[in-house]
Design a protein around this ligand. Structure first.
Ligand code: CUA
Length: 349
C-alpha cells in the first residue's frame, strides 16, 4: 500500500513544473514536489475548514439578548479520539515519506560517477576523475552522479533548484550529495521561459548560504550531456591548455578559476571588485604591505610577484585592499596554469 501511496504522491506533482519550483529535472524532484504539495494542500484544506467553522460558531453563538450561557462540556471521548488519531496518521504519513526520501537522497549508490565540488569565496570549481576541472558543472544524464563537497573558507551551500538538491559545504570536512539528471540540456544559454524550460537551457546552481561580500555572485550553470557527449567534453576539459598560445590559455585559466569575480580587466577599480584591476599593470610598481610589516613597500609586478600573489595572496597585500583572496595551492592551480596566467596578464593592455 505504501508504494501505491508514493505513486499517488508523485502524481500530485504534475511532472514538469510547479507553482513554487522550476521544472523537475532529476529523479528526486517528483517525490520532493509530491510531498511538498501534499503538505501544502493539507494545510490549505485545514485552514479553510477551521476558519469556516470559526465563522459559523461566531455567527451561531455570539452573545445576544435572551440567549442563556450554557455550561462548558468537560470532555467528549469520540471527539477527542478523532482529533488525536486523524492528525497522528497524517503526521506519521508525512514523516514516513519525508524520512525515506531524505535517506534516499543522503545515500549515493556505489556505481555513481564522482565529482568533487570546491566552494570558496566566491566561486565554484568542479573536479572530475580524469583531472579536468571547470567553473561550470557538467554531468552525464541518466546515471547517478555523486558530489563530494568541500569549502576552502566559510560555510557555503550547494543548491540546484531544478534537481531539488541542496547541501552545505563545510570547511574542514566533506559532505555529500547525489543526483540522477533526467535529460540533457542544450549548450545554448539564451533565456527561454524559465517556468517551463522548454528550450532545455542549462540549470542554475546557487550558493544558498550567506558567505560574505560577494555571496550574490556565487552562481553558475549546470550542463547535462548524453553520456557520449559528456565523455568528449571531460576529455577536452582535461587538456584545455593544449594547442593554445600561453596568453589564450591564461585567459581560460583566468575565467575558469574565478579570477573574474574579484579582478576587472578593463581598469574598473570600484568596490564591485574586491581586488585591483589587472590590465596595463605588467612591469608597473605598486605599494604593498608585506606580511607582518607595518609600513608599505614598493614592488614591481613581474613573474615572481604574480606567482607569489597566487600561491600566497596574503604575503604582500596591495595598500587599500583587504586580505580576502584565497590561496591557490598546487592542487587548485598547476604550475603551467600560473605560467599561462602570467602570459595573459602581460598581454592585457
Ligand atoms: Cu558561498 Cu554564499
Amino acid at each position: 500500500m505504501l508504494p501505491l501511496l508514493a505513486d499517488g504522491l508523485s502524481l500530485l506533482a504534475d511532472g514538469s513544473s510547479t507553482f513554487f519550483f522550476p521544472p523537475e529535472e532529476s529523479t528526486f524532484a517528483a517525490n520532493v514536489d509530491g510531498l511538498f504539495d501534499f503538505i501544502y494542500w493539507l494545510s490549505a484544506a485545514f485552514f479553510v475548514a477551521i476558519v469556516a467553522v470559526m465563522i459559523y460558531f461566531v455567527l451561531r453563538y455570539h452573545q445576544r439578548a435572551g440567549h442563556v450561557e450554557q455550561p462548558s462540556a468537560s470532555h467528549h471521548d469520540i471527539l477527542e479520539i478523532t482529533w488525536s488519531v486523524i492528525p497522528s496518521i497524517l503526521v506519521g504519513f508525512i514523516f514516513f515519506f519525508g524520512f525515506t526520501n531524505y535517506l534516499n537522497m543522503r545515500e549515493p549508490p556505489e556505481n555513481a560517477y564522482e565529482i568533487t565540488v570546491a566552494a570558496k569565496q566566491w566561486s565554484w570549481e568542479f573536479f572530475y576523475p580524469n583531472g579536468a576541472s571547470s567553473d561550470e558543472l557538467h554531468i552525464p544524464a541518466g546515471r547517478p552522479v555523486k558530489f563530494t563537497l568541500q569549502s576552502a573558507d566559510v560555510l557555503h551551500s550547494f543548491y540546484i533548484p531544478a534537481f531539488r538538491i541542496k547541501m552545505d559545504c563545510v570547511p574542514q570536512r566533506y559532505t555529500y550529495s547525489w543526483v540522477v539528471a533526467n535529460r540533457a540540456t542544450n549548450e545554448d544559454t539564451s533565456d527561454g521561459d524559465a517556468k517551463t524550460n522548454d528550450d532545455h537551457s542549462p540549470y542554475d546552481l546557487f550558493c544558498a548560504e550567506y558567505c560574505g561580500q560577494d555571496h550574490s555572485v556565487m552562481i553558475t550553470k549546470v550542463y547535462v550531456h548524453e553520456q557520449g557527449e559528456f565523455d568528449v567534453w571531460v576529455e577536452n576539459a582535461a587538456n584545455y591548455l593544449e594547442g593554445k598560445s600561453p596568453a589564450e590559455g591564461g585567459q581560460l585559466v583566468f575565467k575558469k578559476k574565478g579570477c573574474t569575480q574579484c579582478h576587472s580587466i578593463d581598469g574598473d577599480n570600484s568596490a564591485k571588485f574586491a581586488g585591483p584591476a589587472l590590465n596595463g599593470q605588467w612591469g608597473t610598481e605598486r605599494n604593498v604591505i608585506p606580511r607582518g610589516a607595518s609600513s608599505p613597500e614598493t614592488v614591481v609586478m613581474d613573474d615572481n610577484y604574480v606567482r607569489e600573489s597566487v600561491r600566497e595572496p596574503n604575503a604582500k597585500v596591495v595598500v587599500g585592499r583587504k586580505p580576502v583572496m584565497p590561496a591557490f595551492t598546487p592542487a587548485l592551480l598547476k604550475d603551467d596554469e600560473i605560467t599561462a596566467l602570467i602570459a595573459y596578464l602581460k598581454s592585457l593592455k
